[in-house]
Design a protein around this ligand. Structure first.
Ligand SMILES: NC(=O)c1ccc[n+]([C@@H]2O[C@H](COP(=O)([O-])OP(=O)(O)OC[C@H]3O[C@@H](n4cnc5c(N)ncnc54)[C@H](O)[C@@H]3O)[C@@H](O)[C@H]2O)c1
Length: 463
């Protein structure tokens, strides 16, 4: 897709690949390599960080893999409620790792320094809070909480325990997001007024119909434990366990799953603490497989003027039935340009500035006046505006590409372990994680309750 974009831009001559952009890309690569070297230097054999992963599903494996790319990190244990995934953990990471279906067994071990919480959304907060109280550093997957009511408690637990706690929205560590933030803050797109961001998908797997193992049953799945913190208990159902995203009881719908990535990126670039008004609509239009969350959802979110940014509005959409195919898009729109982060791997900034003069002719009333009047208007206009004032300034696009092979998840884990080793602040703390998650959860509330939700982004409270 990035190559297509490059081709497109070249073909139409609307952009050049700026030398400065290529240089920044190189600088970013050097910065990345330098950090890895520094991490390697700091690690002595007794400086190992011993980790365990709780929730050994798709993201548990991905996160563990990313964590182990950081020098000096060792996996010692894994926890999951499906027996097959514990077997798989031993197949992948060696039969000597400790496995259990009870996360307390992990939290009670003194030889574990950090845990990755990669369970379904319903367990992020209770496990993370308990882990911090047990002296562990915590990497919690997004969204930080299942319910807005859990957020402040989790922030308090972090403040009381002083645990190293980082939320897992990897784009916050992404090199392209860092560069986009620098350029945004340097005023490259003028004054921000709108953001448009979306995810489009067109497949069963994209719509969360994940493969269910053939031995799935109450004998192989810890179903009772799984729904221990649910208000309403359901009889065992493989769909509810292996495709939990489709049920509000365990997941947070498209808003908690995907809007949260969009808002994390937007908040990171703009420095925003969040919106004050949230409204969303949605519908279950195609994937009618028993799920109780929409497969198409749109939200309109209002960001008030704040010390960090002018007022702007964001429109978000997830569409799991999109004839557009798989596509992700984030466009940050300002008065003098747009940062287009669509399809990952970098971004393009299209710059456009209004001329000083308003112009005449074209779709205008000018041509409706008598010839003598038109002549007089042109004379007047040319007296008032210089030739330069009459032209829109010509500005080149900026194109930025991540270094070859760059992976923001690896970077996010490197940052997490750096914080553990050096005590420097994490890149995505509990307040940031909650400020990104809460408005997304409010999108669900808005849709299900058919009302506008008001939010205090500074105090992190519903209004
Ligand atoms: N950062 C990202 O890009 C990204 C991508 C995908 C998923 N995620 C997040 O990762 C989390 C996991 O998603 P997934 O796709 O891996 O789901 P998954 O269903 O593949 O895995 C979740 C696992 O958690 C286990 N689990 C649930 N409750 C547990 C408990 N109380 N104790 C022990 N194990 C428990 C389940 O047995 C299951 O194997 C979600 O919260 C999701 O939002 C993040």
């Amino acid at each position: 897709m990035a190559t297509d974009r490059r081709k497109f831009l070249k073909q139409f001559g609307t952009s050049v690949l700026l030398t400065s952009a290529s240089l920044t890309s190189l600088a970013a690569k050097e910065e990345h390599e330098k950090r890895i070297l520094q991490a390697e230097k700091r690690v002595s054999p007794n400086d190992k960080i011993r980790i365990a992963t709780i929730g050994m599903g798709i993201m548990g494996f991905n996160d563990t893999h990313a964590a182990l790319t950081v020098p000096g990190v060792e996996l010692v244990a894994a926890c999951d409620l499906y027996k097959g995934r514990l077997l798989r953990a031993k197949e992948v990471y060696g039969s000597n790792i400790f496995t259990t279906d009870n996360y307390h067994d992990i939290l009670n071990r003194k030889d574990i320094d950090a845990v990755i919480v990669a369970t379904s959304d319903n367990w992020h907060s209770p496990i993370s809070i308990e882990a911090m109280h047990k002296g562990k550093a915590v990497y919690s997957e997004k969204p930080m909480v299942h319910h807005i009511s859990e957020g402040l408690n989790e922030i308090k637990a972090q403040q009381e325990t002083k645990a190293v706690f980082q939320v897992g929205s990897q784009r916050v560590s992404g090199i392209a997001f860092k560069k986009a933030r620098e350029l945004y803050q340097a005023g490259t797109i003028g004054k921000i007024n709108a953001v448009e961001a979306s995810f489009s998908r067109q497949s069963a797997l994209g719509a969360w119909q994940y493969t269910i193992p053939l031995d799935a049953s109450p004998q192989t799945v810890g179903w009772e434990q799984y729904q221990a913190n649910s208000k309403v208990k359901h009889a065992y159902d493989s769909n509810r366990f292996f495709r939990w995203r489709n049920y509000r009881e365990y997941g947070t719908g498209v808003a908690g799953d995907l809007f949260v990535h969009l808002l994390s990126g937007i908040h990171f670039i703009t420095g925003s603490k969040g919106p004050d008004k949230i409204f969303s609509i949605g519908g279950l239009t195609y994937w009618k497989d028993g799920r109780n969350v929409p497969d198409v959802m749109s939200a309109v979110i209002s960001y008030p003027e704040s010390p960090e940014h002018p007022a702007f509005q964001a429109t978000l959409r997830v569409n799991f039935v999109s004839g557009e195919g798989d596509r992700a898009s984030t466009r940050i729109i300002g008065s003098e340009g747009v940062i287009d982060m669509s399809d990952g791997g970098g971004f393009t900034i299209h710059k456009s500035k209004m001329p000083v003069a308003p112009g005449y002719g074209g779709w205008d009333s000018f041509g409706t006046y008598p010839e003598a009047m038109q002549k007089a208007i042109v004379e007047e206009y040319n007296k008032k505006y210089s030739a330069a004032d009459q032209q829109a300034p010509k500005m080149d696009d900026v194109v930025y590409h991540e270094p070859e092979g760059y992976n923001d998840s690896n970077e996010h884990f490197a940052n997490f372990f750096d914080s553990m080793r050096t005590g420097k602040p994490v890149v995505e703390d509990a307040a940031f994680g909650f400020r990104a998650a809460a408005p997304c959860l409010a999108c669900n509330d808005s849709y299900f309750e058919n009302r506008i939700i008001k939010w205090d982004p500074v105090g992190m409270k519903l209004v």
